[in-house]
Design a protein around this ligand. Structure first.
Ligand code: SF4
Length: 412
């Protein structure tokens, strides 16, 4: 039986070519045909000899997904139903937004995590997708685009839990992100969403550079346990401890997704609890009004605008909160107050929690103060050598402070 060529890694395929007395660099050329030019047959690979193309066709197949259905909504969002070789089907959604074209891909056929509000949960888990079935969604969706369009972003938020299919998901990410032979989407433009499998989250952040999104949907263990059974295995405390310990680069944030369910998780108390839960985590909150589906007991909030505004306020607070050392939050209806404690000496010390703008302002004041005071101090000194030393120290400290503040500002 022929092997699907996309199931091999570049290294494995290069070894295969060497065994057949072909130069190993051909592997990269063939990979470019598959992933950059979207070749669907070996015959299209015109920079290979006819004999090599014939031998490849004898040994391998090139997998493709079958487009079972395609639907385009009024806002141009395109939904694909793809058929797999064993009869199962998966969904992908192409979402155009100003300059972005985002594809939401699936990582499992069905899902076994049983989240109470999720339409996919009803299907149960059919099986994990192979790596090729994950990245083939990008290749197949790309075929539906015009020649000047390109998928710019990918979110792993379709059917299934990507981290429950860890090895194949990471293998697919390698193909998606490689720029020399792969699809070439920057990991900064790829977001993986998880229900919160703590050990795999840590591993993913160590092994890849993709963005992390966590399906949170509730601010307390009691409520989250009801909505998401996974919370009984990994509590909110464990999940938040994990998030706080992740090596997230300064310019990145974790996204927390929060689906608003009427009368379940959309109160102001929930908003406050959410804000307190996320304290100290550099993140943003993505608030999504529930999209009702047949058979679901949940509903979209009555006044979605109001509830979203409240929780949107939380998201805004979080964007501010990320840059400070502590926050105290009290809330009346629609009103949140904060107490900031800013590390104004941070440019010289542990800077990670400081507000860069405050730090810059502090540095400027110090520099002006040093400029104004230095002549006064120096003129009172009679010893020339001592005066020189004092001048050097004042300017040295000011310059260090300024440089550190500049670094903070630049690196956010
Ligand atoms: S993990 Fe995701 S796909 Fe699975 S049931 Fe929960 S929300 Fe749905």
């Amino acid at each position: 039986m022929k092997l699907n060529i996309k199931e091999l890694t570049l290294k494995e395929f290069a070894a295969h070519l060497v065994e057949r007395k072909e130069p190993s660099y051909r592997a990269k050329q063939i990979w470019q045909w598959l992933f950059q030019k979207g070749a669907a047959s070996f015959a299209e690979m015109t920079n290979l000899s006819a004999s090599l193309r014939a031998r490849l066709a004898e040994d391998f197949t090139i997998s493709r997904l079958t487009v079972l259905r395609q639907a385009v909504s009024r806002d141009e969002t395109k939904k694909f139903l793809f058929g797999l070789s064993d009869g199962h089907s998966i969904e992908s959604v192409l979402i155009p937004e100003s300059k972005r074209l985002t594809l939401c891909v699936s990582t499992q056929a069905g899902c076994g995590f049983g989240c109470a509000f999720c339409a996919t949960a009803v299907l149960g888990l059919k099986r994990n997708l192979r790596a090729s079935e994950i990245f083939d969604q990008i290749l197949e969706a790309s075929r539906s685009l015009s020649h000047d369009q390109r998928i710019t972003h990918v979110v792993l938020m379709g059917m299934g839990e990507p981290l429950a299919n860890y090895a194949e998901t990471v293998k697919a990410l390698d193909v998606m992100t490689d720029t020399s032979w792969g699809i070439g989407i920057s990991p900064r433009r790829i977001t993986l969403s998880t229900v919160g499998l703590v050990p795999q989250i840590q591993r993913l952040m160590e092994e890849t550079k993709v963005n992390l999104a966590i399906s949170l949907h509730a601010p307390t263990d009691e409520l989250r346990g009801r909505l998401m059974p996974i919370n009984r295995k990994y509590s909110l405390q464990q999940l938040m401890d994990c998030c706080r310990s992740l090596p997230i680069p300064r310019r990145k944030r974790i996204t927390f997704e929060y689906v608003l369910l009427r009368g379940v998780n959309d109160s102001m108390d929930d908003a406050i609890a959410l804000c307190q839960l996320l304290r100290g985590i550099r993140c943003k909150v993505n608030v999504i009004p529930f999209n009702p589906h047949p058979g679901s007991p949940y509903q979209r909030p009555d006044d979605a605008g109001c509830a979203v505004a409240c929780l949107g306020e939380v998201a805004f607070q979080k964007s501010q909160l990320d840059r400070k050392t502590t926050v105290a939050t009290k809330a009346a209806c629609h009103t949140f107050g904060h107490v900031f404690r800013v590390g104004y000496f941070a440019p010289l010390g542990a800077a990670s929690d400081a507000l860069p703008l405050w730090a810059i302002a502090g540095a400027v004041v110090l520099a002006i103060g040093a400029t104004a005071l230095a002549p006064l101090v120096l003129n009172r000194m009679t010893d020339h050598g001592f005066r020189q030393w004092t001048r050097a120290i004042i300017w040295g400290v000011s310059a260090t402070y300024l440089m550190r503040a500049g670094w903070l500002f630049w690196h956010g």
